[in-house]
Design a protein around this ligand. Structure first.
Ligand code: SAM
Length: 308
């Protein structure tokens, strides 16, 4: 059985997310680690916990059982959050957390095919009950769409060449497993086996299969109307493209010219719907990275909903 997901930057998340009593959202519940820490630290918090992965909901449900009626859980993608929230009534959120990407459970489950380090079917779905596995989708996608996904989500300049080879192999049924895709990548892109490059191919395909960029856009558009004035949104991104999109959408202003050491800003002038709470992105300490290498690319941002 796979190990529990280790929540990232827990103290730093709580420092900004804790915002007094009220309704909170954890839209990426995973194993429920952040949710549990929030419910323990904020006795007046009620939580709506959602995740697109039904296995995550079931597992986190057991972990959070001791909080009883303070917790409501629902399987939902970001696009479905509006409908799920409306079912609870009209209370806007006091705080919301988005810890993007995959949980360790998903990465470590060979049957999901998320990692080239584990032999398994080439599936790549976060919710195995929705849509079709990557091995099938790759047989019918257009070369242009696939090349764009590889370039955009995997920073692979050779996207077109790889896309052509993937389509050819998938069409012949030659890409059923993670290993077959990893071997094809090495063959087409040449040189010695290059684990980081292969990981970027898997990352790009996973983001594409799960439509993660459109999911993020949908939630960024929905958030201003869902938060109460003074409500806080905390995001953890593990991919530079996602972090950039969050920054652009919520910051609504150019980057500050001067950069000082990481510190919380108490009174940054309000502009647009959001006030940014950290002057600089927050990243895990060396100690956290050593203890949990999967935390290494995490980038935390926090924003407060203005009254206007
Ligand atoms: C990094 S894990 C969250 C871990 C969690 N914070 C914890 O402490 O255990 C990310 C979770 O977000 C979910 N997820 C990612 N994108 C999603 C989306 N668009 N809609 C709903 N859930 C999503 C994944 O299924 C995964 O369980």
């Amino acid at each position: 059985m796979s190990a529990r997901h280790e929540p990232v930057l827990v103290a730093e998340v709580l420092r900004v997310l804790r915002n007094g009593p009220g309704l909170y959202l954890d839209a990426t519940l995973g194993d429920g680690g952040h949710a549990e820490a929030l419910l323990d630290a904020e006795p007046g918090a009620r939580l709506l916990g959602t995740d697109r992965d039904p296995e995550a909901i079931a597992r986190a449900g057991e972990r959070l059982q001791r909080f009883g009626g303070r917790v409501t859980l629902a399987q939902a993608t970001f696009r479905e959050l509006g409908a799920v929230h409306a079912r609870l009534g009209t209370t806007p959120f006091t705080g919301a957390l988005f810890d993007l990407g995959l949980s360790s459970r998903q990465i470590d489950a060979p049957e999901r095919g998320m990692s080239f380090m584990r032999e398994g079917p080439l599936d790549l779905r976060m919710d195995v009950g929705a849509g079709r596995p990557a091995s099938e989708r790759l047989a019918t996608v257009s070369e242009a769409e696939l090349a764009e996904a590889l370039r955009e989500h995997g920073d692979l300049p050779q996207g077109r060449r790889l896309a052509r080879a993937i389509l050819l192999a998938a069409g012949r049924g030659e890409l059923p497993t993670t290993r077959s895709l990893a071997e094809l990548t090495d063959r087409v892109l040449g040189g010695r086996p290059h684990p980081r490059r292969t990981a970027r191919v898997f990352q790009a395909l996973r983001i594409w299969i799960n439509d993660e960029a459109a999911e993020l856009e949908a939630v960024l558009a929905w958030l201003p109307g869902a938060m109460r004035p003074g409500g806080v949104v905390v995001t953890l991104a593990y991919h530079s493209g996602e972090d950039r999109r969050i920054k652009q959408a919520l910051r609504g202003r150019p980057e500050p010219a001067t950069r000082r050491k990481v510190r919380l800003l108490q009174a940054r002038p309000a502009e647009g719907p959001w006030q940014e709470l950290n002057r600089k992105v927050v990243t895990p300490s060396l100690e956290e990275r050593a203890a949990n290498p999967r935390a290494r690319s995490a980038r935390l941002r926090a924003f407060r909903r203005n009254s206007a």
